[in-house]
Design a protein around this ligand. Structure first.
Ligand code: FAD
Length: 322
């Protein structure tokens, strides 16, 4: 049994589902699963973490931690890890995890395996698998030397365990001192979208250059609304100004791993596949039967998206109504 630390992510008092995946994977490996939870007014979230298998939750509830900054968050976490000396540390491969964990690894002088899609424990040893060459191959990584083995894990890659409300975690309050920081976030200006983020949504409906303009993406939004999905886009669609960059899926966008990915009029360039090929089920709609997207698709529709998408929307609507 290893001592594993999970770095929890919450925004505005709501825990991210990817945190539950990490706790579940650690607990399923028979580990003593600790969670570190940072923010302001978040102490009440500790109970929910216990339902997913956390043994102990270390809470740093402080006004200086209300907004994420790598400087403040890494300071608190590094101090805790130095005191607790866990065998492994897991965080989600979200924008926050991607920013925070390399800094923590550098400060602890240990290695970091990023964007992992599988992990397993053998005693105190963590083994992970991560895609390389834009997802064309995967490598298995083991950690050398001493110190915590650190990995960031792609959201939706592990699956969320069923919560068990009879389970609870011990809580510990961290006394943090943030007096000597060099940076402070004074305001966060939110984007206008009320949709789920592509990295977190269980279903993503994506569109490409073939949508022709921003207005036509409304059609994908309507389908997404029926499915409770996020809307993604290829880089060509983003570069053309049809969607904001935060929706871009791919090598230079976001990496997603939803249960269902519906690619509408996307050719399937290698850089796009790098961001979505680990989706559990891929549906492609394309007029060109030779489009490379069909090589990774589980289901393919050779057809015009302007005809197929409205039909799909109506059919899903009917299914939901029954
Ligand atoms: P196209 O390649 O133009 O494909 C459009 C597709 O739509 C075609 O297959 C066509 O048959 C189909 N089509 C046309 N009309 C219809 C219709 N009415 N109904 C159905 N199908 C239709 N791309 C990304 O997506 N994400 C990235 O992160 C990314 N990063 C990159 C990084 C680098 C360094 C480089 C060099 C490129 C990157 N790209 C990325 C760009 C990538 O190479 C492709 O150019 C891009 O993905 C193409 O987008 P697309 O599929 O929307 O457009």
């Amino acid at each position: 049994m290893a001592k594993v630390f999970v770095v929890a992510e919450q925004r505005e008092g709501r825990l991210k589902k990817s945190t539950f995946e990490l706790i579940g994977a650690s607990a399923a490996g028979g580990n003593e699963t600790h969670v570190v939870l940072l923010g302001e007014g978040i102490a009440g979230l500790a109970a929910e973490l216990g339902h997913y298998g956390a043994t102990k939750v270390h809470v740093a509830d402080n006004a200086g931690l209300k907004f994420y900054t790598s400087e403040a968050y890494s300071k608190v976490i590094v101090d805790l890890l130095n005191a607790e000396k866990p065998e492994a540390v897991l965080a989600s491969h979200t924008p926050t995890g991607r920013d925070l964990m390399p800094r923590i690894a550098a400060r602890l002088n240990v290695g970091l395996a990023s964007d992992c899609t599988q992990l397993s424990f053998d005693g105190g040893k963590l083994k992970v698998r991560r895609p390389i060459y834009a997802g064309k191959a995967t490598v298995e990584v083991e950690f050398l030397g001493s110190g915590p083995q650190i990995a960031t894990v792609r959201a939706n890659a592990l699956g969320i365990p069923k919560p068990d409300t009879s389970k609870s975690a011990q809580t510990a309050t961290l006394n943090v001192s943030l007096s000597d920081l060099k940076t402070k976030v004074t305001e966060v200006v939110k984007g206008s979208s009320a949709r789920p983020d592509v990295t977190e949504a269980p279903i993503v409906v994506s569109g490409g250059r073939s949508l022709k303009n921003a207005e036509n993406f409304k059609m994908l939004e309507e389908l997404a609304d029926v499915l409770g999905a996020a809307v993604g886009a290829s880089r060509a669609a983003v570069d053309a100004g049809y969607r904001p960059h935060r929706d871009q899926v791919g090598q230079t966008g976001k990496v997603v791993s939803p249960t269902l990915y519906i690619a509408c009029g996307i050719s399937g360039a290698i850089q796009h596949l790098a961001g979505m090929r680990t989706s559990k089920t891929i549906v492609a709609i394309n007029t060109d039967p030779e489009a490379p997207i069909f090589q990774v698709a589980d289901y393919g529709v050779v057809g015009d998206l302007f005809t197929v998408v409205p039909v799909l929307k109506e059919e899903f609507k009917k299914l939901k109504e029954h």
